[in-house]
Ligand binder design. Structure first.
Ligand code: CMP
Length: 136
């Protein structure tokens, strides 16, 4: 049965700074993700705090939000069969040190903070995150 999904992907400041935007988009396209919406923006610290609100109790929250708002990012809506899980597999483990060969974070990630990409972790969060960037 078909299960076409959309997920929210972010190319983070470390990757945009290193001009990896096109290379990373090509990886998604080669894995049959359609980029159905995209924009390049820079978030304010407050907007980053709202985006990562699920992590607000974590010790790394403040650094995380400062980092996400530190430079331009590329936000994309990716569409594919089972896009949420497929994107998480393609990104690899949160910490690039633990990411498997062939994953985006293994190839480009610098550290657990500068891990080059973000992807929604569930259907529910994908909807929330897509609305956050693309509603209206
Ligand atoms: P991301 O998938 O964007 O979701 C939250 C981010 O927090 C995560 O990627 C990491 O870049 C960052 N982060 C920093 N420290 C940690 C940690 N100890 N555990 C999980 N995520 C962390």
């Amino acid at each position: 049965m078909s299960n076409l999904e959309q997920t929210l992907s972010i190319i983070k400041p470390d990757a945009v700074k290193r001009n990896l935007e096109n290379e990373i988009k090509e990886i998604f396209r080669n894995k049959d993700f359609n980029i159905v919406n995209e924009k390049k923006i820079q978030l304010s610290k407050l907007e980053a705090e709202e985006f990562y609100k699920v992590h607000e109790t974590k010790p790394f929250y403040d650094d995380l939000c400062a980092y996400l708002s530190s430079g331009p990012i590329v936000v994309m809506v990716l569409e594919k069969e089972n896009a949420i899980v497929a994107n998480r597999e393609l990104m690899g483990a949160t910490n690039p040190k633990d990411a498997k060969d062939g994953t985006i974070r293994k190839k480009y990630g610098i550290s657990i903070d500068k891990n080059s990409v973000h992807g929604s972790d569930s259907i529910e969060n994908a909807k929330i995150e897509i609305d956050f960037f693309f509603k209206n």
